[in-house]
Design a protein around this ligand. Structure first.
Ligand code: F0G
Length: 458
């Protein structure tokens, strides 16, 4: 018998969670204007809102924090992190930032100007926010297979090379800020990008003289999928795969809150000193001096250690298999889930789950609210609410994928918790026809509305 994948760690500290009643949750969600971001965390039983900053640090990370050097300039923690980044990504230069979107802000202050195009696979919402805030346009060149939730494709996060080349060919390179490839492709379902695809994007970036940046939040999970699914990589070490992925790019932005398993932190990696120098000025303005940039010494120490732990094969196997066990169970219950399952989350296809709710009534948000009231499970809408309005026409955008994402924090929940989650989704699925109407917006912010939107039930 093949032995199952198990967690390569045991639990040393626990945090109690509170199991509320349905009546309590009905009242809390109404007070929260039907926006799951407005709930207090104590009002949530199983929190799958995000895998960002919600992971459990190890004993080694906690002990590294005690050795943090809090010097303003030249802290040993900075050099420790610099060495870890060089070792794992191959990038010689780096700037610490307080999280991933701060890395985007600093880098885009150098690269993105009004009227530019920024092609790539699906841009994450903060990435798109930073692009659109600068009156530039994010062009999604993801392969068409990404929007079909049922066909199996090993690398559904890939860039369509032809679409990308068309954008590069028809626009002078001065109007293209850079190419951004997000690994894994979060918006398209936590789907990986193949090594061959990254290599091709690298070739195009050199052919057209445009910089290639990897949005690397989940680079280790991406490397694991390459090892699992791409010819020639089965025997390669995760870190060697990661270094090869980065070898095709000019730089990277990183939200360390995901694959580096810390609660806060980010950085930018650069191949060339010139870009690093230009970005350093903005880092000082927005984040802090270049040897701490928004992070304390202890946080840089924990991050340096986390980069190694997040790229351990046994850890990645247990993590990604926990996601797929949840997906498989839900599939067994007949629930329409996006396949293949992503690295960090299971995505429920809300258009198939609630086909009678029109897209204008936000079926994915409606479903996310039902999961919360049913069992205190908090997921995230990744659909029309998050897609927001077109920056020019101000009309609502309705993306093909209308999903609820159940993102799994790293090293936090057990399989029993996941069985509970699957049962909650199943209960809602069984009564789906009684859910007659969706929600409407009563207030929205001009940009990135989903975080603060206020909604009403019909
Ligand atoms: N890029 C990707 C692919 C992300 O998923 C995120 C964050 C960021 C950049 C921004 O990083 O949060 O550290 O500022 N994603 C979280 C999520 C919030 O829930 O998927 P950040």
């Amino acid at each position: 018998m093949d032995l199952p994948f198990t967690e390569p760690f045991k639990i040393k500290m626990v945090e109690n969670i509170y199991r509320s009643t349905k009546e309590q949750r009905e009242s809390w969600i109404k007070d929260a204007s039907f926006n799951l971001f407005n709930l207090k965390s104590e009002q949530v039983f199983i929190d799958l809102l995000t895998d960002s900053g919600t992971g459990a640090m190890s004993d080694k990370q906690w002990s590294a924090m005690m050795l943090g050097d809090e010097s303003y300039a030249g802290a040993s923690s900075y050099y420790k992190l610099k060495d870890a980044i060089k070792d794992i990504t191959g990038f010689n230069f780096f700037l610490p930032t307080h999280q991933g979107r701060a890395a985007e802000n600093v880098l885009f202050s150098v690269l993105v100007k009004e009227g530019d195009l920024v092609p790539g696979n699906s841009h994450f919402d903060t990435t798109k926010g930073h692009i659109e805030f600068r009156k530039a346009i994010a062009v999604d060149c993801t392969i068409d297979a990404a929007v079909d939730t049922t066909t199996w494709h090993p690398f559904k996060g890939n860039v369509d090379i032809e679409k990308l080349e068309n954008v590069l060919k028809t626009n002078p390179s001065g109007n293209i800020s850079c190419i951004i490839v997000t690994v894994t492709n979060n918006t398209a379902g936590g789907q990986p990008v193949s090594m061959a695809n990254l290599r091709e994007v690298g070739k195009l970036s050199r052919k057209y003289g445009v910089k290639f940046i990897i949005d690397s939040a989940r680079f280790a999970e991406n490397a694991y999928f390459i090892k699992l699914r791409e010819d020639g990589y089965a025997d390669k070490d995760i870190r060697d795969i990661a270094r090869e992925m980065f070898s095709y790019a000019d730089g990277m932005t990183m939200s360390s809150k995901k694959d580096a398993i810390v609660n806060m932190g980010g950085f930018i990696g650069f191949r060339e000193e010139e870009l690093f120098r230009q970005a350093s000025t903005y880092n000082i303005i927005y984040e802090g001096f270049i040897t701490y940039g928004g992070m304390s010494g202890r946080d840089m120490n924990a991050l340096a250690q986390g980069l190694y732990e997040g790229t351990e094969l046994l850890y990645l196997e247990s993590r990604i298999n926990q996601v797929s066990r949840l997906g498989t169970r839900m599939k067994e219950y007949g629930i329409p889930v996006l396949e293949p399952f992503g690295g960090h989350a299971v995505f429920i296809d809300a258009k198939k789950f609630l086909p009678h709710i029109p897209i204008e009534e936000f079926p994915a948000q409606t479903l996310a609210l039902e999961l919360y009231t049913e069992g205190g499970v908090r997921g995230a809408e990744i659909g029309a609410l998050m897609a927001d309005r077109d920056p020019i026409t101000r009309q609502n955008r309705y993306p093909e994928l209308e999903t609820v994402r159940l993102a799994l924090p790293r090293r936090v929940y057990t399989d029993n918790h996941m069985n509970y989650v699957a049962a909650v989704v199943r209960n809602v699925f069984e009564r789906r026809e009684q859910i007659k109407r969706g929600v409407k917006i009563s207030w929205e912010a001009p940009i990135m509305r989903h975080f603060t939107v206020r909604l009403e039930r019909y």
